[in-house]
Design a protein around this ligand. Structure first.
Ligand code: GSH
Length: 206
């Protein structure tokens, strides 16, 4: 893969999954983080006026999920066949659904009391359904295998650690009474390249 540039803001947000793919494979890339005026100036030149944008050669590509999928395919993290890819994609779509239906609402709420109420409703309600689903898939991993699709790390595992980290950013503990989830999070997080990146990445709230 030729050296690429991933442009986003100084946060994990919609770029972290792509960064995790690149980092866990030890691929060099430019991790460009725009702040303030730099974004205002660049915005009109981006494909859709939004970030992240991946630049490969002289071409720019947008849409966070498309970028993550592309990088995963290029680097052997998208499964060995379409069924494995389906396992990965359902996890990806589940976390996207949770973000779009629930977390965005909490993020956008400016009133502290209303925000707390939204967090409580989410934590006690649909979050449990989503985490049950992740655990259900983890329970299906065959004896002696460590990852979502078996013995090979995939984008699905990165989606899980990125998604759980995002839930944590809302001061919600996704691991309460969920030892399986915690074990998987720790196992993937212990992969040396991932542990190194998590330790050295810029500390941001989201
Ligand atoms: N569906 C797009 C959404 C892109 C998007 O809305 N990005 C936000 C940041 S997460 C953005 O660029 N906001 C700044 C702006 O619109 O000016 C994706 O997943 O990449």
């Amino acid at each position: 893969m030729s050296k690429c540039r991933l442009t986003y803001f100084n946060s994990r947000g919609g770029a972290e999954l792509a960064r995790l793919v690149l980092k866990c494979k030890g691929i060099e890339f430019e991790d460009e983080r725009l702040e303030g005026d730099a974004w205002t100036q660049r915005k009109p030149d981006t494909p859709l006026g939004a970030l992240p944008v991946l630049k490969i050669g002289d071409k720019e590509y947008c849409q966070s999920a498309a970028i993550a999928r592309y990088l995963a395919k290029e680097n052997g993290l998208m499964g060995a066949n379409n069924l494995e890819a389906l396992r990965i994609e359902e996890m990806m779509e589940m976390f996207a659904e949770m973000l779009n239906r629930e977390l965005i609402k909490i993020y956008m709420e400016k009133d502290d009391d209303k925000k707390k109420e939204l967090v409580k409703t989410f934590s006690e309600g649909s979050l449990q359904k989503y985490l049950d689903f992740v655990e259900k898939r983890l329970k299906e991993i065959k004896e002696g295998k460590a990852f979502l699709i078996g013995d090979k790390l995939s984008l699905g595992d990165l989606v899980i650690i990125d998604g759980l980290t995002m839930i944590g950013a809302f001061k919600i503990d996704p691991f309460k009474d969920r030892t399986l989830l915690k074990a998987h999070f720790d196992r993937v997080g212990a992969i040396p390249e991932i542990a190194k990146w998590v330790k050295e990445r810029p500390a941001t709230n989201f």
